[in-house]
Design a protein around this ligand. Sequence first.
Ligand SMILES: CC(C)(COP(=O)(O)OP(=O)(O)OC[C@H]1O[C@@H](n2cnc3c(N)ncnc32)[C@H](O)[C@@H]1OP(=O)(O)O)[C@@H](O)C(=O)NCCC(=O)NCCS
Length: 134
Amino acid sequence: MRKDYEFYVCLENEKVQGFFIASFSLLEGHLLNISVAPNMKRQGIGNELLKKVESIANKFGIKEIFLEVRESNKEAISFYKTNEFLEIGLRKNYYKLYDGREDALIFSKKLRNDSFSLKQIFYVLSNIFRFRIR
Ligand SMILES: CC(C)(COP(=O)(O)OP(=O)(O)OC[C@H]1O[C@@H](n2cnc3c(N)ncnc32)[C@H](O)[C@@H]1OP(=O)(O)O)[C@@H](O)C(=O)NCCC(=O)NCCS
């Protein structure tokens, strides 16, 4: 919930039914956590939250979203695959277990947006300017 993270909740009658936390840098997004209340699963809330992640990412001109998931988390893996995330790698011993460690699978999704945010344009221009005055 640091202030440079995007933190959204899905509310129904003032009750939190799901949330996500994501961070966005210049070109990449990182989905840090996404979760739906156990009694509300398989009703499309996760899909809606993920759509929101992508729409914010598109607004920021983000080109690719990354995430890690426990290799034992079959429901989340199926969820990400359904939403067109591709498995691209593995982080050994990334998660703590009660009695050891567990690997993380890395998933990513490339976004098809041709737009650039003001932040990105400013970054490129400021680098060109810095280069010229050297
Ligand atoms: C992963 C999670 C966020 C999905 O949320 P959800 O609201 O249940 O997902 P949706 O209802 O939008 O499901 C969308 C699709 O994902 C797939 N999916 C979701 N849960 C699944 C499951 N348990 N088994 C197989 N496929 C599943 C299905 O294709 C589903 O479409 P369908 O219901 O039409 O078949 C939810 O299961 C959750 O909170 N898990 C615990 C927290 C967690 O592990 N988060 C991920 C951390 S990396």
